[in-house]
Design a protein around this ligand. Structure first.
Ligand SMILES: Nc1nc2c(ncn2[C@@H]2O[C@H](COP(=O)(O)OP(=O)(O)O)[C@@H](O)[C@H]2O)c(=O)[nH]1
Ligand SMILES: [Mg+2]
Length: 189
């Protein structure tokens, strides 16, 4: 796979036109392969319970969740013994925090990834990387909490769509009410 990815990148380099973005995506894919990382994104509409679901599988209230659309910035969750948060800004600055408890991590995240803490992303955050000791992350799975699509905040939809090429797999969270409605309609048909 590694050599196939290198070959593909070589082919892209020989094409006419500007295909740098594809070359960059292939390079990122090669890096993930080398490090044994799998990016698993949780996708779906806003307020469907994506952050709540991730908290449940982490076993702690780490990610901010609320009745109002809350997640505005993607959060990448890596494995580590310590709970840390690194904020990556659009101008390439980085800011690192170390938490002692999950509540600290939650408070830190609320300041940067929520619509209330960081309205319209005025802080210019690109994404946030956190580390957590949950067993589910031990084998190299990187969980990604996304803002979701379809909220009144159009920039949240754009943020979610823009980083899709960085995902290797996705879990879609849908409302049980919608599934029931669809099944009901199919039944009548
Ligand atoms: N009834 C019900 N409410 C849920 C469930 N999961 C999440 N919620 C609530 O739905 C709201 C939105 O959840 P959140 O995780 O922030 O959604 P997100 O925008 O998709 O990340 C919060 O008030 C949660 O408490 C669920 O399985 N059942
Ligand atoms: Mg959320």
């Amino acid at each position: 796979l590694n050599s196939l990815l290198s070959q593909a990148n070589g082919c892209i380099g020989r094409l006419d036109g500007d295909f740098r973005i594809f070359s960059q995506h292939l390079e990122e894919l090669r890096e993930r392969l080398a490090q044994g990382r799998l990016h698993l994104a949780v996708l779906g509409q806003f307020k469907r319970g994506k952050s709540t679901f991730l908290n449940a599988i982490l076993g702690e209230e780490v990610l901010p969740a609320s009745v109002v659309p809350l997640t505005a910035i993607p959060t990448f969750i890596y494995h580590d013994r310590l709970r840390t948060a690194t904020v990556l800004y659009q101008d390439n600055r980085e800011e690192e925090f170390t938490a002692t408890q999950s509540e600290d991590l939650h408070t830190m995240l609320s300041r940067f990834v929520t619509e209330s803490g960081n309205p319209n992303n005025r802080l210019g955050v690109s994404y946030v990387k956190i580390t957590h000791p949950a067993a589910i992350l031990e084998q190299g799975v990187v969980l990604i909490d996304t803002p979701g699509i379809g909220s009144t905040f159009r920039h949240n939809t754009e943020t979610t769509l823009n980083f899709l090429p960085q995902c290797d797999a996705a879990l879609f969270i849908v409302s049980a009410a919608i599934v029931t409605l669809r099944w009901g309609m199919d039944w009548r048909l």
